[in-house]
Design a protein around this ligand. Sequence first.
Ligand code: 80F
Length: 314
Amino acid sequence: MRLLLIGYGNVGRAFRKLLKEKSEKYPILQNIKIEGIITRRGLMIGDKENFNPDKKTTILEAIDEIQPDVIVDMSSPNYKDGEPSVSAYVKALSNGIHVITTNKAPLALKFRELMEIAESKGAKIGFQGTVMSGTPSINLFRVQPVAEVFRIRGILNGTTNYILSRMYEGLNFEEALNEAKEKGYAEEDPTLDLNGFDAAAKLTILVNFMMNRSIRLGDFKFKGIEGISSDEIRRIKSEGKKIKLIAYADNYTIEVSPKVLSSQDPLFYIDGVENALEIENEIQRIIIRGPGAGPINAAYGALTDLVLLLKGCL
Ligand code: 80F
C-alpha cells in the first residue's frame, strides 16, 4: 500500500517513526510504503527521515505523480476554506484513494460533502487523530453501531487544558503556554487553541459524526480561554473549583466556552494534556479520558486508522 504524507512537522515525523517501529513487529504493516512526503517546501519522493524536497509541486500534482493508495494529511489547519487539503481530499476520494487525517479544518468545514464523495467512490476517511488524538473517540463510535447520541460533553483541547492546569498550580499564562509549545501540543498558530477554534472544530466533527447532523464550524458560538487571568484562577481555586474549556452539544445547544466546575463534576479531575469526553445515547452513558494532544498521540490516531483500513474496519 502506497502512502503520500502531507505535512512533516511534529505529528508527521512521529507518524513516520511509529510506522517504522510497528512495521518491524506487526506483519499487517509490512507492505506499507511511504512513497512521498509533501510540505510547504515541496515534494520529497521516497521515504527518508530528513526532509529534502526534490521539487516544487502542488499537492494535486503530487497525487498524480505518486499515485498513492492513501494520503495521510498531517498538515496545519486552514480554517478559512480548508485548502489545500479539501481539494486534495476531493481529488483523492474521487479517484478511490483513501484519506487519513489529523487535520481538523477540512472536516470541520466540509464534513458531509467529503463523506458523500467517499461513500460514492468506495473510499474511506479515517479521522481519529482529529479528536483526542490517539485516545479513541471517533473510532470508539465505530464500535457503537445504531446508538442514538443525544448529548456530548468534553474537554477537547490539550493545550488549553494544560495551560489552565499549570496556571492552577501557580504558573503565569506565558510560562504555561511556552511549556505547551515545547511539548508539541500547541497548533502552529497557538491562537487557534487559545481562542477556542480547535475545540470548536473538534466538536463540529463529533456532532456531525456521532449525532448525524450537518453543521459547519461557524454555525455555533465558541469562546476560548483568552482573558482568563491568574487572579481569576486563584479566586476560583479558593472556592474549591476549577475553570475548564468545555465543549457541549445536545439536540438544542452547541457551544464551546470556559466553565467553572465543582469537584462533583467528573471533568474537574481532567488535568494537563489529558482530555475527556462524555457521550450519552439512549442506551448508555460513556466517559473516556486520555491524552488529547502530543505528536506521538496524534500520530498513533492516524496509525490506528491505517490499521483499521487494512483490516477493512474503517
Ligand atoms: P506542525 O506545525 O509541526 O507541522 C505542520 C506541517 O504541515 C509542516 O510540515 C508544514 O510544512 C505542513 N504544511 C502546512 N501547510 C501546508 C500546505 N499548505 N501544504 C503542504 N504542507 C503544509 O504541526 P503538527 O503539530 O505536526 O500538527 C499537524 C496536524 O495535526 C495539524 O493539523 C494539527 O492540528 C493536527 N493535530 C496535532 C496535534 C498535536 O498534538 C493534536 C491532534 C491533531 O489539542 C490540542 O492542543 C491541539 N493543538 C493538538 S491536537 N500536535
